[in-house]
Structures are given as C-alpha cells and as structure tokens.
Design a protein around this ligand. Structure first.
Ligand code: SF4
Length: 375
C-alpha cells in the first residue's frame, strides 16, 4: 500500500540501522514523544536493534493516557444522566475511572455511543433534538481541529443540545516540563509528526535552543522512526541542537493554517493537568469565551469532581520516560490490559500496553524473542 509498505522495507531499515551503528560513539537518550511511535518501536523491535547505550525513552504523547482521572469521572457522571447521549472515540470506553468505565455505564442503561468523528456527534444532536448530546473532546493538537470544527458548526447551527467535555493538551509545554523536571536524562526528541502537520515546526526552535536538544519531526512507520533516530543521533554526535524535519511528506514549517485559524477561534490556552504528571502551565486548550455555552463540564455542573489515582500506578514516571513499564512492580501482575490500574495499560497507544501486547516481559522474567515485523 502506497505510503505504508514502502516505509516498512526491511532492506532499507537495515541500511539505516547500520548507519546509526556507524555514527554512534557513546550513549544517548532519545525520547519519542508520541504513543504511536512507541508502538511502532516496540512492535518492530526497533529498540532492540540499536547500538547498545542508545536508549529510547517513551514520552507522554498518548492522549488517552494523559487525560486526568478527574475528567474520566466527569465523563462518567455526565454519561450516567438521563436524557444524555454521550459520544466518544472507542478508545475511551474502557479507560477506568475511579469505580467504573464508560462501557459499564452503557451496560447500566446509559446512552454511550462510539463515533468516528466529532461531527458525527453534531449530526446526532441534529437528529435527536430532545436529547443532550455530549462529545468527549480529548487529545493533542491532532484531534483538536476536528473538535473545534464540531463546536463551531454547532454554534453556527444554533444546536443548543450539543456540548463538549474538553481535555485538550499541547506538546511543546510538555517538552518544556520534561526538560525542567529534576533528573531528566532526555537528550533529544522525536516530535510527533501528526502534531507537527497541524501546528508546523515554529514552536520548537526556542525549545531546541533553550535546552540544547535536537528535535526531529518524525512519522510513525518503521522507516520513519529509524530516520528520526538517525537524524537525532547525527545531531547529537556533532553537538548540534536544532529542529529537523524527518517527515517532510506530511510536515511543513507553517503547518495547516486553516486548522490553526479554527483552533484560535474556538479554543483558548489554559493550564492543564496531565494524568500522572500534574499541572503544566499553559499546556492545553479550553473553549474560548465565545463558546463557553458549549462546555459540557459547566452545563452539567461536574467541573468540581476531583479523584485520587491508584497509589500502585507509576504511569507518571512512565509518561516522563523515567521508568520503563517492565520496571513497574504491578506490570503484568496486578496490572494487565484486562485489569488495568492506569491508562498507560488500557490505551491502545499506552507504553505499558505496548510492552504487554508485544511480549516485553518483566526484567526478572524469562527472555522472549520478540517478532520483528519489518517486511
Ligand atoms: S504497569 Fe500498570 S500500574 Fe504500572 S505504570 Fe503501567 S499502567 Fe500503571
């Protein structure tokens, strides 16, 4: 398939890996920001074919994983209300709140629906004028334009039975927080290519300069990830720290300008709490003042719900790259995809789930040969 198979070519991958081995003269720690990249790395065994000492650290870029438990519980409270049709992408339905998940709410009679676009929820609001239709608007800069468009359309059409529970987060403030965290070991970043395709690259030079870290816009296929690593290693070995685009077939410096205009109209910057990490200043979006009437948390009075995390779960350290999933004492024991203690185990993009699904066992478990799926 064009743009997929050609970026999974084993011969080319081997040549890039050889190049990386040739270039690497000392240990480096590179963080891939996005959970999709983490899955590509673990699924393809990329971390296992790199030079010894070249460490890939898994970053916080999984939207489901960083959505705070408070917000999950707010979603559960709204979805349980009579007269509410609660719409979400499918990956949020199994994310555990403090005592249940959205699937359980549905099994108890709640009208919880999976949609494939926030505009599907707007269409439902049109079709069901007697019900309150709520969309669960979470994620990074990638999901935000479509979410913004849904609210924009709802306001344009005067749909007062549509609202959105918003928990949108932003990548550059997270990079800033990671680099200022005590003991951080990150020396370079693979930036999330799809985020860069929307927002462009102009937010990153200041970070690369401030922390002297290479930041490489990187895609999600095996060759994309390997190319991102090669670019990062080349910079690290030569002492450079600049923004580089290793995903030029998708990312431009300016990004998607119509999407950025829509975001600027519908959203305003706000402080956001990241699950497992804490509050990061100016790290997310809320609905702008002109769109406050569409804020589901206000409409249903759930904004004060506050919840405690499981004390066993160390997903905050996993999301900061400070801990590998297999180093969490609960990994594969108390915490599995069937019994997840944290969102990094339940989410399709979570690092803990990636390690579990692709057979990475605990450090004290027998060694397992991972399948390498490069063609
Ligand atoms: S393995 Fe489970 S408990 Fe441990 S950090 Fe991951 S999600 Fe949390």
């Amino acid at each position: 398939m064009k743009y997929l198979d050609e970026f999974r070519n084993g011969d080319i991958a081997r040549r890039i890996v050889e190049d990386i081995h040739r270039m690497t003269t000392r240990p480096w720690a590179i963080m891939e920001v996005c959970g999709g990249q983490t899955h590509a790395i673990i699924r393809n065994g990329i971390d296992q074919i790199l030079p010894q000492g070249l460490e890939l650290m898994h970053g916080p870029g999984c939207p489901v994983c960083v959505t705070p438990l408070d917000v999950i519980d707010q979603a559960l409270a709204i979805a349980s209300l009579p007269g509410v049709t609660f719409c979400s992408f499918g990956d949020m339905l199994r994310v555990p709140g403090s005592d249940r998940d959205l699937l359980q709410v549905r099994s108890e009679g709640g009208d919880v629906r999976v949609v494939y676009s926030p505009l599907d929820a707007v269409a439902l609001a049109r079709a069901l004028p007697d019900r309150q239709v709520v969309f669960f608007g979470i994620g990074f800069e990638t999901t935000a334009p479509a979410n913004a468009m849904a609210v924009h359309v709802a306001r344009q059409e005067g749909l007062d039975n549509f609202s959105m529970l918003v928990s949108q987060v932003l990548v550059p403030p997270a990079i800033d927080a990671i680099m200022t965290a005590p003991g951080t070991r990150v020396q370079a970043f693979l930036a999330a290519g799809h985020v860069c395709s929307v927002m462009g690259l102009h937010q990153y030079p200041i970070l690369a300069e401030r922390y002297h870290v290479p930041i490489v816009a990187t895609g999600f296929e095996p060759l994309d990830v390997l190319e991102g690593i090669r670019c990062a290693v080349r910079q690290l070995e030569s002492g450079e720290a600049r923004v580089e685009n290793a995903y030029a077939r998708v990312v431009s410096m300016a990004g998607n300008l119509p999407a950025q205009r829509m975001l600027a109209d519908v959203f305003a910057i706000t402080d956001r709490t990241w699950r497992g990490i804490g509050t990061i200043a100016a790290s997310g979006w809320r609905l702008a003042d002109a769109y406050q009437a569409f804020d589901a948390a206000r409409r249903f009075g759930v904004q004060d719900i506050r919840t405690q995390e499981s004390p066993l779960c160390r997903s905050g350290e996993v999301l900061r790259g400070a801990l590998k999933p297999t180093q969490c004492p609960a990994f594969g024991r108390a915490c599995t995809p069937r019994t997840p203690l944290g969102a990094t185990m339940v989410s399709g993009e979570g690092a803990c789930a990636a390690y579990f699904h692709y057979g990475r066992l605990r450090d004290d478990a027998p060694v397992h040969d991972d399948p390498v799926v490069l063609t």
